[in-house]
Design a protein around this ligand. Structure first.
Ligand code: ATP
Ligand code: MG
Length: 259
């Protein structure tokens, strides 16, 4: 049984089919990438999984139970944590207080009975932003704010982390460190489902990848397989059948250009 199962989900906005019978899974202890061109339906899938968007059709199962009709807070209580494409921290609070508030809210919705396992300063250390603990959240660099977002999410001790473009705003060395951090979080047993445009990061850290195009899953598999898939290359690069497909080694570079 997978930690997360998205089964035959459809989302329509008026005449636009944003998600078209999509089915994919994410496993505990593994990093799963959800990739695809702009507008492919990735964020909409995240919204369906986390409960912000009601699907027109289909089922979402978490830990073996359907959560399709559960509101956001009850999904969070079951162990689903999410970061957003747009940063969501409280600007006027310090970095430490942002994480403290997130932890207190999580413990509150958990019934105030859980011990404070998520030690606030420990979380800041873990994601590498302890040096910013006393800074106001609106004064820190974007890369640091991304890591704060992750620490806030971890404060609820989630079984599954949903990360929407977590590396945007991180420089190259921060991205490398971030990849290592994700691997460590997965090794602790958490499932991670990540939407990400940085193909170097995706290809180096993901165990499994699902590719969306026009709302449909066009490929699923390990990075090497997905990267070599002609349909995936076509989705990103717009090649017709008559044109030669890019060498797999060119894909990363091309994907950057397409953005
Ligand atoms: N609330 C909405 N109302 C109408 N159309 C929407 C809404 N949200 C998304 N869409 C449309 O649904 C499609 C999928 O959008 P979505 O934001 O899920 O794509 P995405 O893969 O996350 O793209 P990006 O990589 O640019 O973040 C797009 O055509 C988008 O314009
Ligand atoms: Mg998006």
């Amino acid at each position: 049984m997978s930690l997360l199962e998205v089964d035959d989900v459809v989302v329509q906005f008026g005449g636009v089919t944003a998600v078209d019978h999509a089915a994919f899974t994410a496993e505990a202890g593994r990093i799963t990438g959800l990739i695809g061109p702009n507008g492919a339906g990735k964020t909409t899938c995240f919204n369906v999984i986390s409960g912000l968007q009601k699907p027109n059709h289909g089922t979402v199962r978490f830990d073996g139970r359907s959560i399709t009709r559960l509101p956001v807070h009850r999904r969070a209580r079951r162990g689903m944590g999410r970061t957003f494409q747009r940063l969501e921290a409280f600007g006027s609070l310090t970095v430490r207080d942002n994480v403290r508030v997130a932890r207190d809210i999580a413990r509150g919705i958990g019934g105030l009975v859980r011990p404070a396992q998520a030690d606030v300063d420990g979380l800041l250390e873990q994601v590498g932003i302890a040096a910013y603990a006393d800074e106001r959240a609106d004064s820190i660099p974007t890369g640091t704010a991304r890591l704060l977002e992750l620490a806030r999410c971890l404060a609820s001790e989630p079984k599954l982390l949903l990360l929407d473009e977590p590396s945007s705003g991180l420089d190259e060395s921060e991205t490398d460190a971030f990849g290592e951090l994700l691997a460590q979080l997965a090794a602790e047993g958490r499932g991670i489902l990540m939407v990400e445009h940085d193909m170097d990061l995706v290809m180096s850290v993901c165990d499994d990848i699902h590719v969306l195009d026009f709302g449909r899953v066009i490929a699923s598999g390990p990075p090497g397989e997905v990267r070599a898939n002609p349909q995936v290359q076509q989705a990103y690069l717009g090649y017709s059948d008559a044109e030669p497909a890019a060498e797999p080694s060119d894909l990363t570079q091309e994907l950057e250009v397409v953005r």
